[in-house]
Structure formats: structure tokens, C-alpha cells
Design a protein. Sequence first.
Length: 351
Amino acid sequence: MKNIRLNVIITTLLVILLTGCAGIGPGTIARDQFDYVGALSDSWKKQMLLNLIKIRYADAPMFLEVSSIINQYEVEREINLSATWSNIDSQTVGGSGKYSDRPTITYNLLTGEKFFLNLMTPIPINGLMLLMQAGYPTDILFRIVVQTINGVDNRFGPKIMERSGDPRFYRLVEAMQRVQKSGGLGIQVKPIDKKEAIVIFFRQRIGDEIDRDISTIRQILGLNPDTQEFRVVYGAFAADDQKIAVLTRSILQIMMELASYIEVPEKDINEGRTVAVANENGSGLSPLMRIRSDTSRPEEAFVVVQYRNNWFWIDDTDFASKRMFLFLMLLISLTDTGDKTGAPIVTVPTN
């Protein structure tokens, strides 16, 4: 009987020890990976929305990035065993354990000359053309990224430089969107004057309606009716009728433009905390983004932040606004914003 009890105790001890030897690292990967990705995504969205609101209120925007995440788990186990056989049997089994989770997160404040220069540098022409080639709708892309094309001005909402859009601009982007969707617009890089140049060309005889749209584009931009390929250059005005001059916006200008669509409380306008912004007139197009505000927190929101005494949010059912918000985040992600060592590094040591 004593041997049986001893075997039971030894077997129990071995099971506990073997179980304790199993590593906890593999089990944390799935949880940590998705939890940190979700947290980083949510915080980046909130930071972006808050900065748009700050710009609307002439407050200073600020960007803080997560540069590294170190999460250390520690599990300690202790097992005590004693057994005595005499006239009175005595067996004792005891155990203790400790679990700790110690995350260390490093933040970098994005600032300095290089950061602000990149915020104020216009989106490069080749970047704009690559986005078009990737299938981004021209009517949305041009309304947010392009300020002027061959002298035809887009709207600019910020009060300090408020300007109504040329009605021809909206006709132009709608026509270009239909031509792009039909496959009638192409983009290629080819050598011109021993340099690589970006060229836009139109395909003919796709259909009467698309041919009319191409004619509309030529007429608005003042392009040569007998030329099929047009070189794309940076600037507000083209040197001749075989070029398309595009003046692009910077990230800061794009943020200022989108901030002008924020619906602010009338009380803040009356008290001079912010200013009213003119709506797009004569465009016939829906606003690029809708950011709502209220004193109460919304029940369903794609992203929501509190600023002063009000809640600002993008509705989760507003797909167009969510798409534009995502596009802004992609533009900023594609822009070099200072001296960085790379994306956040997650280090998870486990014992």
C-alpha cells in the first residue's frame, strides 16, 4: 500500500513538472499578434481623426508613433513534496506559482525639419499616376490630390486660402472617371529627350459616349485634338497643347482640405473657436468625407474621438467617408515622415 501511494505521488510530481516544462511562447503568438495589430490600428485612426479636428480648430496637430513593443511573460512554478512512512503514514504535496506580463512600449514624437518638409512637399506626379494605374477612381483621386490641372482649379476649403472650384474641373474629373472605367485611358513611362517621362494616352472608338467624354477632356484641358499621347508634367499651366500640367497638393494641404468637411457645432462658430466653410457649389458631387459631431458619444462609429466638450466621428455605415479616411492614411504611410528605423518592432521574450 505504501508503494502504491509513493508511486501516485511521484507520478503526480512528474506530470506537474513535465507540464511546467512546456513553453508558453507559442501560445502567445496568435493572441499578441492580433491584439497589438488591432490596438495599433485603432490608435492610428484616432490620432489621424484628432489631428484633422485640430486643424479645423487651428490647433497644432501632433503625430506620435509606436517605434517598438517589448512584451515579456514570466511564469514561475514551485512544487514541494514530502512523504514519511512509520507507524502513521504522512504525505505532503505543495505548490506555488507566479505569472507576470510586463509590456514596454516606446513612442517617438514625429517632429523636426525633415518631417515637416515631407508634410509640405507635394505628392509626386509619378505617385499620382501610379495610383490611377492601380485603379483608384479618378474623380475621387483628383478631387483630393490635385489642386490645378492645365489652369483648371479644384476647390480648396480651408478659410485661409478658400477658393471655389472651377465648374469645368468637376466636369473634367467625371469624364475622366468614365473613360478610366471603360479602359479608354492608359498610362505609361517612355523615354523622351533621353529622360523617362510619364505619358497619358486615350484609346479611340470604344463607344460614342466615351468618345464624347474624351473630346470633353481635350476641350477642357486645351489639348491638341490630333495628338493621342500627352506628357504629364508638374505645374499649374502647360507649355503647349501636347502636355498636361498637374499641380498636386501636399499631405498637409490634403489634411486641411478634408478637415474643412468636419461638421462643427454652430456654437463653436458663433463663439469664434472655428470658422464656417463654404460647401462645394455647382459640383453635383457628394462631399469627400463626412465627420459628424455631437455632445453625446455615438453608439456605432468607425472611429470616434473626443475634443473639448464634443464627440467627433465617422459613421460605420458611411462607406465613402471610411474609404476616403483609409486613403488619407495610405498617403501618409507612403510618405517618408522623418528619420525612422522602420515599422514598430514587437519583441516578446517568454520564460
